[in-house]
Unconditional design. Structure first.
Length: 264
């Protein structure tokens, strides 16, 4: 017998006892006033009627009330589980969205997400500088040491770029060995220190191929500035042209849109 059943029986029994007491009280007070006499049969009826009526009715009511409370408790429990499931689904959805925005190898924003973030950043006006960064002679690393080593180099390169830029910049991988950085609020001439930090961080990378052979790595950087809500396509084309200039001028350098000569 469950605890709830015991409580129902006790409550019904108490209600029945109270009903018997009330019935006896009425018989003792009302019947003599009406000129009647409370005899043995009257006493028996005062006890049997509440037993036969009050107990089953009370038990049924208490049972229904318990069922209703149990139903409300179950609804509350299911509601709590539903809310928890909703939170888990929301967190999973956010995680999937974030994963879809990221490059699987480096963890940086992928091309589409970077361009979307860049478009949002420049649409508000202000000023900023876009850096296109390309690993020099990266194909030779893949050809000589294999793609697993090349993947490790790209991961190390991405970490070096992100570390040199800091949290204030927006970093992404455009694909292959090409990366992009946007420096919001920093005008083109003021972006040189950041570009030089990237160059230095990459030069100082200590990467070893299988067998302990050191792999030297440098990057070329093309920089373009925007102010006053420049168009996204124009900014990207300009940075790409400066990257081409950096490659043409010998690599391992940063070239800015207003430069006449390279900044090594």
């Amino acid at each position: 017998m469950t605890s709830s059943t015991c409580r129902i029986i006790l409550k019904a029994s108490l209600a029945t006892l109270l009903s018997i007491a009330a019935s006896l009280g009425i018989a003792v007070t009302i019947v003599p006033m009406l000129g009647g006499v409370v005899d043995g049969n009257a006493w028996l009826m005062c006890i049997l009627c509440p037993l036969l009526i009050a107990w089953p009715v009370s038990a049924w009511q208490f049972w229904q009330g318990q069922r209703l409370r149990d139903a409300f408790a179950e609804i509350a429990r299911l509601h709590g589980e539903l809310e928890e499931t909703h939170r888990e689904l929301s967190a999973a959805h956010d995680a999937l969205l974030e994963k879809a925005r990221r490059d699987g190898l480096t963890g940086m924003l992928n091309r589409e997400s970077f361009l979307a973030a860049l478009d949002e950043a420049i649409s508000g006006g202000g000023q900023g500088t876009l850096l296109f960064i390309d690993a020099d002679h990266f194909k030779q690393i893949n050809d000589r040491f294999g793609h697993p080593v090349g993947d490790d180099v790209l991961r190390r390169l991405a970490k070096a770029i992100a570390g040199a830029v800091g949290r204030g910049g927006l970093s992404g991988r455009f694909g292959g060995e090409e990366f992009a950085v946007y420096l919001p609020g920093i005008a083109l001439p003021d972006a040189r220190p950041a570009a030089l930090r990237i160059l230095d961080a990459v030069r100082r990378l200590k990467i070893e191929a299988p067998g302990g052979r050191a792999i030297g790595l440098t990057v070329s950087i093309g920089a373009a500035g925007q102010a006053g809500g420049a168009a996204l396509d124009e900014l990207v084309i300009e940075a790409d042209e400066q990257l081409y200039r950096a490659k043409a001028q010998g690599r391992n350098r940063a070239v800015f849109a207003l430069d006449i000569a390279a900044v090594a």
